[in-house]
Design a protein around this ligand. Structure first.
Ligand code: PHB
Length: 250
């Protein structure tokens, strides 16, 4: 791949351009992108023009730039995330119609819980995440389930690093976190009150494919609501998703 005079690869520069967009920064000017992607203005201008011409980026009427539909289309084509989401949606809808808060599906992605899908009632309580949002593994119910079943090296790395307090109930003591993860593997669920914010409780269960945990299914409840009904719904839904994954061919 052709490199610039500084030895920077084209793919590296394209990735920095794409990475300069975030959940909270969805529209930028060419010069903002260039600055964040550490590119000289002329390079930023040329590369962004080419990416726009290919549909990877799009320009609005004010000439500001956002991620393009083509990127979305390519990312979803054949994606395992899409297959999982499609298998999960009918079962998530059942959970959602019974519990009427937030029902979420998350996978482990670069040491965080990445939310693939979320169904929310208009009158549901607080929720700090959204689709494509990320939550810390040690501080969310889905993250705890994913961490409990993650590769042992990842688990040890998380246990050895400082455990940031996100909400008043976040587990910040490594030995307590280790015991919680052992318990999750034993009982097949977690109830995490006030882990992200004081007013809510996350409840999550694992979803398996071919024996391995590939996702976490969770609901976020108002703190005062007992978790029993949500646990029952989640367990039934996870079994349904697992059956659907085991019979789907695409
Ligand atoms: C959780 O999964 O524990 C969770 C997620 C989002 C929230 C609260 C809790 O806003």
């Amino acid at each position: 791949m052709a490199n610039s005079a500084s030895g920077d690869s084209v793919i590296g520069r394209v990735m920095r351009i794409i990475d300069s967009f975030s959940e909270d920064r969805t529209v930028q000017t060419v010069s903002e992108i260039g600055r964040r992607a550490r590119l000289p203005p002329s390079t930023a201008h040329r590369m962004i023009g080419e990416l726009v011409a290919n549909g990877i980026l799009e320009r609005d009427a004010e000439h500001r730039v956002r991620l393009g539909m083509r990127l979305w289309e390519l990312a979803l084509r054949g994606s395992t995330a899409l297959k999982l989401r499609q298998a999960a949606l009918p079962y998530m809808e059942r959970v959602q119609s019974a519990i009427r808060e937030h029902t979420q599906l998350a996978v482990l992605e670069q040491e965080e819980a990445l939310c693939l899908e979320q169904l929310s009632d208009p009158n549901a309580g607080a929720n700090a995440t959204r689709i494509t949002g990320r939550l810390p593994l040690h501080a969310s119910s889905s993250g705890l389930v994913l961490l409990a079943h993650a590769d042992a090296r990842l688990r040890e790395r998380v246990l050895a690093a400082p455990l940031r307090r996100v909400g008043p109930g976040t587990i910040t003591d490594p030995s307590r976190l280790r015991r919680t993860l052992d318990e999750i593997r034993r009982v097949g669920r977690v109830v995490a009150p006030a882990s992200i914010e004081e007013v809510s409780t996350g409840v999550a269960v694992p979803v398996r494919s071919a024996g391995a945990v590939i996702a976490a299914l969770s609901v976020v409840l108002p703190r005062e609501r007992p978790p029993g009904a949500a646990i029952e719904e989640l367990v039934v839904a996870a079994r349904g998703i697992e059956r659907s994954l085991s019979t789907s061919t695409r």
